[in-house]
Design a protein around this ligand. Sequence first.
Ligand code: SF4
Ligand code: SF4
Length: 265
Amino acid sequence: MSMDRREFIKIAGISALLGITGKGAFELLRPGDLDAFEGQEGGAGLRKEDLPKIRWGMTIDVKKCDGQVVQKVRGVCDYLHNIPHFNNKKDEVKWIWGDTYEHAFADGANEYIDDAIKELPFLLLCNHCDHPPCVRVCPTRATFKRPDGIVAMDYHRCIGCRFCMAACPFGSRSFNWRDPREGLKGRKLNPEFPTRMRGVVEKCNFCVERIDKGQIPACAEAAPEVMTFGNLADPNSNIRQVLRVRTSLRRKIELGTEPFVFYLV
Ligand code: SF4
Ligand code: SF4
């Protein structure tokens, strides 16, 4: 199940009524609140500070994930974000990838889950944590948390100190040891997304560039049967409905970072 596209379109329309940018609207509005605003002429009397916030999150249905899904979502993400490919682990740059249960849940999140599930690939990516240690340690604020919960990066501010990599307990970040353009040679580039430079850290951005245009993340669009993206702040959102009926795990919750990627098992 993917996020309701209709809600995105409504947010875009209401942003115009409110006289705020599309980006601002997405940070301030949540789908469940939109119906109430639609009848208001020009959004009169509506103050930004009165609007509730969005908290974007994702679920991944492990039971429906396999090697093909991993390949598909990684291919889509790699193309859209111009992620370089190098043929060795040390230089690897990864935003989303498949890993084993043992690696994903080294702490044994639930030792009693079905053994068959433990054999399936777990899609790993940045968890867009609510209390992200990577943000706390960044000396230049190159990594920051947006009001909608997305942990974003400004590559131009990154000085390559890698404090964020040391602080992230999930291994969600990659360092460009080599010029990424070398790893993009011979591949079709996405002209709409910037290539990075050697010496810069990068990671999954929850497709913030798509969200700000009213689209869901590309991986969730490519594998709607596996991934659900939505607003956790809205009790009626698709993601909240899924989480109500399915058992979910989050990685390393004992560390208190509050990951916002949930694994349905
Ligand atoms: S998963 Fe790692 S990189 Fe992503 S927000 Fe959490 S601490 Fe930061
Ligand atoms: S949310 Fe976007 S950036 Fe993150 S893994 Fe999915 S496709 Fe890649």
